[in-house]
Ligand binder design. Structure first.
Ligand SMILES: Cc1cc2nc3c(=O)[nH]c(=O)nc-3n(C[C@H](O)[C@H](O)[C@H](O)COP(=O)(O)O)c2cc1C
Length: 403
């Protein structure tokens, strides 16, 4: 029979590890988030429903997004054993310059809507982590203010071509003058995708005060307080707008764009050119031949054409088709560092992440974006070590089996 005794304080005390109480609720929430999915859960609780849905949602039945995420879940990672992984190097070369990590922050519009710290927060984290940041044409902080917030960050400017070509030329000139390194032309928005969550929520820019949003405000007071007590929310690169996102896109964006317009673009921009939104190998080859320095295989996070090709699956053929003439990048559906490693192993030069950092931003402003970046970088390192890859160059298609 087991002999029992009364617990003695001298034996109990060393087992008690009382951590100092974290009094800052945002810090506490962020520390408790261990994955991007955890940050999404916090973001959902902190942000009005229409804003969360605008960020989280995709087009039509959201099949493009679901499939793009599912393929990451379904692929198999194949480790190589007995490699010395005591030192790891996650850095890579993108457009001829070093990036500390094999990912970059994708351009996202209306960023100050998600959290009042907005684009400044995102670019500052990019600067600290040592990765590039792409500012959207639909940004809510000006080209110059973003540059001033993080002078040492690598910055790219994402362009949507408007019917008013003169306005686009002016933006490119401003980006050049403010030290933006590359232009990223997004080509998958000839018209607006049907974001049904936005339609159902009556989402508009600026957010309208309806019965429903007022009720929502009662449960998200901090977000509304920040909206009303900080710099008024508006687009930095276009005259202010009153209406839905779809109306804005359909009125401002130029659906007549063709390959011939790339020449016009080249005459306005003499730096590196990235073409984002390529969804077939044929188009990858076409824009590479037309002189794109990089192409982004992307279905815009599932926010445009529904049931579009899954970008990850296009990588091997696109890399083979374009050869050394362009870098092949990828985005859509990335929710972990392991996803990033898989895409790089298949041949992508870098990976853009969108929602992953926006969930962080909604969950806790700049600290939340930093938490998202920390989660991703940790996961990248751990996955590389477990795969037996010491450097990005060690990663190869043999590390991944696609479903
Ligand atoms: C809220 C939101 C706004 C976006 N705005 C833009 C934009 O202004 N320009 C653009 O080229 N892409 C935009 N995108 C697409 C992203 O650049 C990127 O392609 C996409 O988010 C990648 O998918 P992921 O969110 O699953 O990482 C946006 C995406 C989201 C989620």
């Amino acid at each position: 029979m087991t002999r029992r005794q009364v617990p003695r304080w001298s034996e109990l005390r060393p087992l008690l590890q009382l951590k100092p109480l974290q009094l800052d609720p945002t810090r506490r929430r962020l520390d408790a988030a261990l994955t991007i999915a955890d940050l999404r859960t916090v973001a959902r609780r902190r942000t009005p429903r229409s804003v969360f849905d605008y960020t989280d949602g995709a087009a039509e039945g959201e099949v493009s997004l679901r499939r793009s995420r599912q393929v990451f879940a379904d692929l198999e990672l194949r480790p190589q054993i007995l490699r010395d992984v005591s030192t790891l190097d996650t850095s890579t070369t993108v457009l001829g310059h070093t990036s500390a990590q094999p990912f970059a922050f994708a351009p996202t519009g209306f960023t100050r809507l998600m959290h009042h710290e907005g684009e400044r927060a995102v670019v500052r984290v990019a600067e600290r982590v040592g990765i590039p940041y792409a500012l959207s044409t639909m940004g809510t902080t000006s080209i110059e203010d973003v540059a001033a917030a993080a002078p040492a960050a690598r910055k790219w400017f994402q362009l949507y071509v408007w019917r008013d070509r003169g306005a686009g030329e002016e933006l490119m000139a401003r980006a050049r003058a403010a030290g933006y390194e590359a232009l990223m032309l997004t080509v998958d928005v000839p018209v607006a995708g049907a974001r049904l969550r936005d339609r159902r929520n009556g989402f508009s820019i600026p957010p309208a005060l309806t019965m429903r949003t007022v009720a929502d405000a009662a449960t998200r007071p901090a977000w509304w307080m920040n909206l009303l007590t900080t710099e008024p929310l508006g687009f930095a690169s276009l005259a202010n707008w009153d209406g839905t996102v779809a109306e804005l896109i359909d009125q401002m964006f130029d659906p007549t764009m063709t390959m011939a317009d790339l020449e016009w673009l080249r005459s306005c921009w003499d730096g590196p050119l990235i073409i984002k939104g390529i969804q077939t190998v044929e188009d990858a080859q076409m824009v590479a031949e037309a002189g794109a320095d990089a192409i982004v295989l992307s279905n815009h996070g599932g926010r445009q054409l529904d049931r579009a090709p899954v970008p990850l699956g296009l990588i091997p053929d696109a890399v083979e088709a374009v050869g050394d003439s362009s870098e092949v990048w990828v985005d859509t559906g990335v929710t972990s560092g392991a996803d990033i490693v898989a895409a790089i192993a298949l041949g992508a030069r870098t990976v853009l992440v969108g929602r992953a950092y926006l969930y962080g931003l909604m969950a806790g402003g700049e600290r939340g974006v930093q938490r998202a970046a920390d989660i991703l970088t940790d996961e990248v390192r751990r996955t590389m070590a477990l795969l037996g890859a010491r450097s990005i160059a060690d990663l190869s298609p043999s590390h991944v089996r696609l479903p």
